[in-house]
Ligand binder design. Sequence first.
Ligand code: ATP
Length: 381
Amino acid sequence: MAIVRLEEITRQFDRVKAIENISFEVPDGQFWVLVGPSGCGKSTILRTIAGLESATSGRIYIDNCLVNDIPARDRDVAMVFQNYALYPHMSVADNLAFGLKMRGADRQTQQRQVQAVARSLSLDHLLDRQPKQLSGGQQQRVALGRAIAREPKVFLLDEPLSNLDAQLRDDTRAELKQLHQRLGITTIYVTHDQIEAMTLADRIVILDGGRIQQIGDPQTVYTQPANRMVATFIGNPPMNIFSATYHEGQFTIAGQTMPCPAALRRAIAPSPGQTFDLGLRPEAIAIGSPQSSPPGDPPEASLSARRTLRERERALLTAIVELVEPLGRETLMRLTFPGSPTPFAAIAPGRVQSQPGDRLTVSFDGDRLFVFDRATGSTLY
Ligand code: ATP
């Protein structure tokens, strides 16, 4: 097991800075997940730690040992890629033993390790098979097992589940989590998948344009995003962003007004005419019943949510239904404001009886509003 520390790592390819000034320290035994849009530098960070890529500047330490000049094979890290390659002519047992053999482990040690790894990954009944006789998920587990069998100090996993179908992916993700809880090997994991990031990570590192945007535990990055990029990247469907102008205690969004919550007003002291990006997660938008009255009339108090004290800080707005997607336990609604083409999403519990084109009253929960600086994107509230 090991601590992995990156200090101001930059990697430049010709004129492209793939990663810039990356610093973080993964404590011994923790599971960290790197996420971010395509091309943000996730794989480059992983490959640099593995020693498959060299840093243009900065320092990498594994267990307080500077490894910049240590070749990949001597860093005692195991990397598993999305396109894992098993040795096709070898049995599962030989694939699992390969790394141990290369490191000169005796036959007995090899056998013991292979048995232990096969048991922990439910591969024991497949040891005599060849890779082509395995399903995709089984092959992926062998690739993971081959890395585990070496008992590396550090595990580097680059989208290891992305080739699996949905069910297998769920199962293997759960296995991976249990495995980490059992073995406690320091792990850095790259994924595009929100669920993997949220469920596996002790800490999530969110990257954009080669730079770190935020590091935090899953709950923190969800509830306290550092900026608009993190807010819209973490969460599925993503947080809605509305362009709003402030005036006399109210925000105007697409021609409609909502009260600016008092706490928010105190916190950011907006000036008249100032514009902001307001953020609201789909689950913070409640769907009311269809409006029978003509648009422009005050909306009825027909929301399913009961009126509470907080209701005064709820905004009732008119929206048009664009799309209704029943998901079973809940319904995902795609809506627009009249006269505004920009869609936004709302999630309502259960089934919503609505059709595209319907006018609805929607209620914005002022307590769950985020405010971002329009120019920098940083979170103001
Ligand atoms: P994805 O999620 O699509 O795999 P990523 O976040 O892992 O992307 P990287 O593969 O690390 O991103 O790439 C980061 C940036 O560096 C990209 O702009 C990429 O084009 C560039 N890059 C990566 N490797 C090289 C290379 N060998 N030569 C030139 N540019 C490269």
